[in-house]
Design a protein around this ligand. Structure first.
Ligand code: ADP
Ligand code: MG
Length: 877
């Protein structure tokens, strides 16, 4: 038999009903309690004990509960957020005494959710990594036709950055992959689609996306925009269509919900056409290890070797540049021009970077301050940054009589904070400033006469209070302290341990005031009198300091646009100087970037591998005019490295960076596609072969003549001739239909027969040297086709026991003979190299396998259909 909920539980349930998607942390005395279903989740994530909350009522089963001490809440909240949960903090909004006074004895203390933490709307330093962003992303799309079309808006609540771009069902995963999504929000119609697209990016889409229909309606969206930007008409924002309005409006609406109605200062949404960014699908990003290595390490990624930024805002911006290279030749040139100037002026660059090191994370400080979560330290950061700006600006001005436009623009952005900086310098005490407002003491002595007067009184009173403390301690024989809080004023505090260990009861003239977990608090008639005499100078001083803080916050608010400009300028200058620093240190070269179909690289290097391998062998590559290079060579020769390095060089060039080569000419690509390795995507429940085919289908369907395609070991996911047939058909399709710049590494030696029969196809190999039955890797790419796979030699190098290597060599000889004799056999990589090219049909264009493959829409196949088709193809072969 269920018992009725106790009043506290009813209060809890009301809070939970308000925030059903969040874990509610419910303040009970010195603890936050987590109840019901939330308790099971929290005890799991936080590794804390799960118990039950029971009343004394008979038959009460109680409800599941766990709890965390209130003073340690920050760490626990951080862990829940890290696991992508939202947290609603329900606080006591009155003291028990206030409750008693208002509603009689036994009245329940009022509790309300005062803060909602969600992974995409954080501003606190303790919850945010300094060097990466956690964006809030909103999708609004019309699903009237079968394919969703709409807009994707994003916001960095911690900096006020806002952006929007149009998306389609097809481009969504790619656009999302370029953003570092902390959380998503969307109306119900697009929930599934949004979650799936995020999941493709390796995130837990289901958990990240929340659904809010109300905030996306045309009316609600418009109102949110008007509120956020203080506009009567949103026309001036230049949002291109209704979808963009509803996406940005919904985004702001959600941000307001989480910030309890407050908003940071938002920048005007930046509009980016999806064609203005190099399109890189999620898998290609992972394969190329752009922002983290396959093992999940940032240091071993392109971003890792590029990042020597002086500031964390710079590191975050660099991550965005790496994630979203440009396609516009002029925009790329503008960046490259600025980098060049900084490459050639080494001393100014060092100066600039040293200045930048003294600046702080301005945008994050401003957001925190405007959201009412700032601390005196945040103001201190604005002061110290403001002090550095004049020196920074003159360093840049001195670079050249006429600065490149990008540098001139950002140098100009550094102006406009003189007054604010002066005010902060005048008002704030010296560093270190307190982290909390209530600690006080952050206003400079001499800034405010009233505050100085109050402080003087406090100093005197301190002496008097200390005298009283000494007197009471001597009289009672106990160690005690005079303390102050807002509720009780001054009181004597004695630890319980003191009282108990001495076995003493307090002196008769002590009046008990309060018992805490560790101590008893008392007052005495003398102390009360003293307090009256002194007035509450301490409290008044604190209040005065808070008033001054409010004035300073107003000043910050008035300068918020200028502050955001400064923050943008600092981050951009940092990235430009950083790219120049990296280029100069490693003697990279500025590529020629234009709208041609060139890809001509001399002595290219893999930026990450070359930073680890001392004697990296540079290799050229020329795909100009849509060439397709067929690359063969034994395992470990360096094929995959070569493929990736050329894609990375393209990406660096389109970021506006220098590239690791001695010369490079690159026509901008619209997209990079890659299919590398044959890792089983077990988590997604797909077989290797299926994964390969899905990826291959995506590439063939999406690539254009302006794309760059990297295919590594295509067909490896299947044995026998299936893989060869598919690889063959793909090479044909790319070379004849697409004609895009392509690198194709393969273990199918047969494919080398395509050189000469197909336009633009040529054979290249990674050279090795044979020496006394061993092989030596030269890592040199040269014209021609590899003549063997050297699998056995590689096995020997790898330390496979001698008897096994010898046996394998014998077997291989046998296989090769059999294969020559019979024409077809089940073959693996080893014998495929030796299988006769003649086994393939003379006129590959009429190959029935190819014809079948061309007809099939791989995207629409179920796993079972794909398997059936595989059997069929195998039969045909
Ligand atoms: N150009 C190079 N110079 C020096 N070492 C290289 C070069 N390319 C590759 N390597 C080394 O060889 C290893 C194997 O390269 P990889 O590209 O994986 O070979 P493959 O794909 O041909 O099996 C790499 O981890 C790297 O250490
Ligand atoms: Mg490889």
């Amino acid at each position: 038999m269920a018992v009725a909920d106790s009043p506290v539980i009813q209060q809890y349930k009301r809070a939970k009903a308000q925030y059903p998607q969040a874990i509610v942390m419910f303040r009970m005395g010195d603890f936050y309690e987590i109840l019901g279903d939330d308790a099971a989740i929290a005890s799991d994530v936080l590794k804390i004990t799960l118990t039950r909350r029971r009343t004394a009522q008979a038959g009460d089963e109680g409800i599941p509960m766990c709890g965390v001490p209130y003073h340690a809440a920050e760490g626990y909240i951080g862990k829940l957020l890290e696991a992508n949960y939202k947290v609603a903090l329900a606080e006591q909004t009155e003291t028990p005494e206030q409750a008693k006074k208002a509603r009689g004895s036994g009245a329940l203390v009022n509790r309300e959710v005062i803060r909602l933490y969600t992974p995409g709307t954080l501003t606190e330093e303790s919850y945010l990594p300094a060097e990466s962003s956690r964006l809030l992303v909103a999708l609004y799309g019309s699903t009237e036709t079968n394919r969703m079309e709409g807009a994707l808006a994003w916001m960095d609540v911690s900096t006020g950055d806002v952006g929007v771009r149009s998306v389609t069902q097809g481009s969504l995963p790619m656009v999302l992959a370029g953003l570092s999504v902390g959380e998503g929000v969307t109306p119900p119609e697009t929930e599934t689609l949004f979650a799936q697209a995020l999941t493709q990016n390796g995130a837990d889409g289901r958990r990240l996306v929340s659904v809010h229909p109300g905030i996306f309606t045309p009316h609600a969206a418009q109102e949110s925009l008007k509120r956020a930007y203080g506009l009567a008409d949103i026309g001036g924002l230049g949002l291109p269509d209704e979808a963009a309005v509803r996406a940005v409006g919904g985004l702001i609406g959600y941000a307001e919900l989480t910030q309890m109605g407050k908003l940071p200062r938002l920048k005007v949404p930046s509009l980016v056409a999806s064609t203005a960014r190099l399109s890189i699908d999620p898998r290609t990003r992972r394969n190329l290890e752009l922002t983290e290595s396959l093992a999940g390490r940032r240091a071993d990624s392109l971003l890792g070797v590029l990042d020597a930024c002086a500031t964390s805002a710079g590191a975050r911006l660099l991550a965005r540049w790496v994630a979203e290279p440009l396609t516009d030749v002029a925009a790329i040139a503008a960046r490259a021009e600025a980098v060049t100037l900084l490459v050639t002026h080494a001393e100014a660059r060092t100066n600039l970077r040293n200045h930048l090191r003294e600046t702080g994370d301005v945008a994050r400080c401003v957001s925190r301050l405007l959201l009412g979560r700032g601390s005196p330290r945040d103001l201190g950061v604005l002061r110290s940054t403001g002090t550095v700006l004049p020196g920074l600006a003159s360093t840049i001005q001195a670079l050249a009589p006429k600065l490149p436009p990008l540098l001139a623009h950002h140098a100009a952005q550094l102006q406009g904070l003189g007054k604010l900086t002066a005010k902060l310098a005048e008002a704030l005490a010296d560093d270190p400033l307190p982290a909390l407002i209530r600690e006080g003491g952050f206003v400079r002595q001499g800034y405010d006469a009233e505050l100085d007067h109050l402080r003087a009184m406090v100093t005197d009173s301190t002496g008097l209070l200390e005298a009283l403390e000494r007197k009471e301690a001597a009289a009672s024989g106990m160690a005690l302290k005079v303390k102050y809080n807002q509720v009780w004023g001054y009181y004597l505090e004695v630890t319980k341990a003191q009282l108990e260990s001495a076995g003493q009861t307090p002196p008769a003239h002590w009046v008990h005031r309060q018992t805490t977990t560790q101590a008893h608090r008392y007052t005495t008639p003398e102390l009360m009198a003293l307090e009256r005499d002194l007035g509450s100078a301490g409290a008044q001083a604190q209040r005065r300091e808070e008033e001054i803080l409010a004035e300073l916050l107003e000043a910050v608010k008035a300068h918020s646009m200028a502050l955001l400009d400064v923050s943008e300028a600092l981050a951009t200058l940092d990235v430009l100087a950083n790219l120049a620093h990296v280029a100069a240190r490693q003697t990279w070269v500025r590529p020629v970037v234009d709208a041609s179909d060139a890809f001509d690289v001399e002595n290219g290097k893999h930026p990450v591998v070359a930073s680890k391998v001392g004697d990296f062998m540079p290799n050229g590559c020329n795909l100009t005019g849509g060439q397709l290079w067929l690359l063969t060579g034994p395992n470990m020769a360096g094929k995959s490295t070569f493929l990736r390095q050329n894609a990375l060089i393209l990406i660096l060039a389109q970021m506006g960076s220098y590239v690791p080569a001695t010369r490079a000419h690159i026509g901008v690509a619209d997209a990079v596609f890659s299919r590398i390795g044959a890792a089983d995507d077990l988590a997604a429940g797909q077989s290797t072969f299926m994964v390969e085919m899905v990826e291959t289908a995506q590439i063939l369907n999406r690539a254009t003549p302006k794309s760059m395609v990297i295919l590594d070991e295509l067909g490896r996911g299947t044995a026998t001739y299936d893989g060869l047939a598919i690889a063959w058909a793909c090479v044909e399709d790319i070379a004849t239909r697409l004609g895009c710049r392509t690198l194709f590494a393969t273990h199918y030696h047969e494919l080398t027969a395509l050189e000469g029969t197909l336009p633009r196809v040529s054979c290249w190999q990674v050279a090795i040297k044979e020496w006394k039955g061993d092989i030596i890797f030269l890592h040199r790419v040269e014209k021609g086709a590899a003549t063997g796979s050297y699998g056995v030699q590689v096995a020997k190098l790898a330390g496979v026991p001698a008897q096994v290597v010898a046996r394998a060599a014998g077997l291989l000889e046998g296989f090769t003979k059999t294969s020559r004799g019979r024409g077809v056999m089940r073959v693996d990589e080893l014998s495929l190299f030796a299988a006769p090219v003649a086994a393939m049909p003379e006129t590959p264009q009429e190959n029935p396998i190819e014809a079948k493959l061309k007809r099939v829409d791989v995207d629409s196949l179920t796993a079972r259909e794909a398997l059936n088709m595989l059997y069929e193809l195998k039969g045909m072969a």
